[in-house]
Ligand binder design. Structure first.
Ligand code: ZN
Length: 258
């Protein structure tokens, strides 16, 4: 009994020492990332015309474009709401890593759900006119925290994160938009759409990418597919065969020709 008590007390001491050793690291991490103050490298939420700005009667900005226009997360974070909401028809809320919250309303389709992790430029929804809306548009709000009721000026919020409205997804922001994801392992990114072109990078696994344009090049046979189309990915500085872009079409829809 005596021995058991001693052993236990030693265990507690060892645990206390381990906690003490961790404290300096915890303090450094908290100092380098104060909630709400650091911001993030932003991405454009949607292409379109700004049809209503931020004023006393409007807590966000309206960006109008065609039904099904892609809507992207402006920054890295976690989805905290995805569903129906009064007036919005449907909404998505994202809590970003800097503590701020962005809100997206009136969408036709939601593509991310509560607890999903997103990055700047992750495709989260398709534009719609659900709820109190007279035409297809995105209602976008930015909040200082999950408890804030009045949104911040979204122009200033996005501008502080490198995005000025109106914006073009994939341009302007610090992080390219994520239109597609690659699949497969050891996927080569080449300097041109040719198998003889230099490998500028190799992707170890599925990678979110923004495809700026596509063109025909060398025919690639892999994984049971044959495809001569290649995607130019500015964020990776080169071309990837469309075989490795996770989309059923050989020629990607909505992507221009290089
Ligand atoms: Zn609005």
């Amino acid at each position: 009994m005596q021995l058991k008590t001693r052993t236990k007390s030693l265990g507690v001491l060892a645990a206390a020492a381990a906690v003490a050793a961790l404290v300096p690291f915890t303090a450094v991490a908290a100092e380098s990332a104060p909630a709400g103050a650091t911001g993030y490298a932003g991405a454009c939420p949607a292409a379109g015309r700004v049809t209503q700005g931020y004023h006393s009667g409007h807590d966000g900005v309206d960006i109008a474009n065609a039904l099904y226009t892609p809507i992207y997360s402006t920054g890295p974070g976690t989805v905290i709401a995805s569903g129906t909401a009064s007036g919005y028809g449907q909404w998505i809320r994202i809590r970003h890593d800097d503590g701020t919250v962005t809100e997206y309303g009136h969408m036709k389709e939601r593509l991310v759900f509560v607890n999903n992790r997103v990055n700047a430029g992750t495709l989260i929804a398709k534009m719609g006119s659900e709820g109190q809306s007279t035409g297809s548009h995105l209602h976008f709000e930015a909040h200082s925290s999950t408890s804030s009721t009045r949104g911040m000026d979204p122009f200033a919020y996005l501008s502080a994160r490198g995005v000025s409205l109106p914006c073009t997804p994939g341009g302007g922001g610090g992080t390219p938009a994520t239109n597609f994801t690659t699949w497969g392992t050891s996927v080569n990114v080449r300097a041109d759409a040719r198998l003889s072109a230099a490998v500028v990078r190799t992707l170890s696994g599925p990678t979110p990418v923004y495809v700026e344009c596509q063109k025909h090049g060398d025919t690639v046979n892999a994984e049971g597919y044959t495809n001569s189309a290649w995607s130019y990915i500015p964020g990776l500085g080169g071309y990837v065969s469309n075989i490795y872009i996770d989309h059923p079409d050989a020629w990607l829809p909505g992507v221009r020709t290089c």
